[in-house]
Design a protein around this ligand. Structure first.
Ligand code: URA
Length: 244
């Protein structure tokens, strides 16, 4: 049970102060009756709360799969740039955030949620969650690169080395512009780009394909999103709770 004003504020109707005012103005009803006190208790699963005669359903947690487009930043707010949260037009919760960051020019799978525990488990280096990226690379990717990535590469500088853990590199096409899949378990800043830099090559396009059991839905075009299915949510939750 939660207070009516918190219920409405959680669902993004306004700030706590604003929703208190709306309630006093008689714009809110519970189970068909106009209510005027902000502190009445609401059973989130049972009571029907309406604001200006429109139902406001309560969602404790929301989970969206976004195919992040290039040109959008992985942040919750930004004074000048469009964020991945701005793309989620149907959101109910106002406390959504992206689970991890993709660079502004990277596309692909991004989980958007307000479930901090799940995010923590997916991002914790101790959990070794696989992240697979598809990339196009300027330069011919070779078996030596596969071996180098298998042992880990230095993505730091000569003065200050920074070694990655092993990564699994699969060459899909090796030409002047190559195509690869790379699976890593870390999420260091610009990691994929810096790994290729370390072997003298440049990433020209990057897309995340999967994170743990969660796979990018091929039907989602860049900028499109959908709710996680019950199965996807169960898998990604179970896998992190038990297998790792
Ligand atoms: N590695 C990168 O270099 N960029 C990303 O956005 C993700 C992984």
């Amino acid at each position: 049970m939660i207070r009516l004003d918190k219920y409405l504020a959680d669902m993004g109707i306004g700030t706590r102060q604003e929703v208190k005012k709306y309630i006093r103005q008689g714009r809110v009803s519970v189970n068909g009756k106009t209510v005027k006190s902000p502190d009445i208790k609401i059973r989130e699963e049972e009571d029907k709360v309406c604001f200006d005669a429109k139902e406001v359903a309560y969602a404790s947690y929301e989970y969206y799969m976004l195919n992040k487009p290039s040109g959008v930043v992985s942040a919750t707010e930004d004074p000048t740039e469009a964020t991945v949260i701005d793309l989620i037009k149907d959101k109910k919760r106002k406390d959504l955030f992206p689970v991890g960051r993709l660079d502004k020019d990277t596309e692909g799978l991004l989980l958007i949620t307000n479930d901090g525990q799940l995010a923590h488990r997916l991002l914790s280096p101790k959990k070794h969650v696989d992240k697979t990226y598809y990339a196009r690379i300027r330069g011919i990717v070779t078996e030596e690169d596969v071996e180098a990535f298998k042992s880990g590469v230095n993505i730091g500088t000569d003065e200050k080395e920074e070694w990655t853990r092993p990564g699994l590199l699969k060459i899909l096409r090796s030409e002047a512009e190559s195509e690869i899949l790379l699976t890593i378990q870390e999420g260091k800043y610009h990691q994929v780009k810096r790994m290729f830099q370390a072997v003298g090559k440049e990433v020209v396009y990057l897309r995340r394909e999967s994170m743990g059991s969660l796979k990018l839905d091929q039907k989602l075009k860049p900028g499109e999103y959908r709710l996680l299915t019950k199965e996807e949510l169960e898998d990604v939750t179970d896998e992190n709770a038990e297998r790792y």
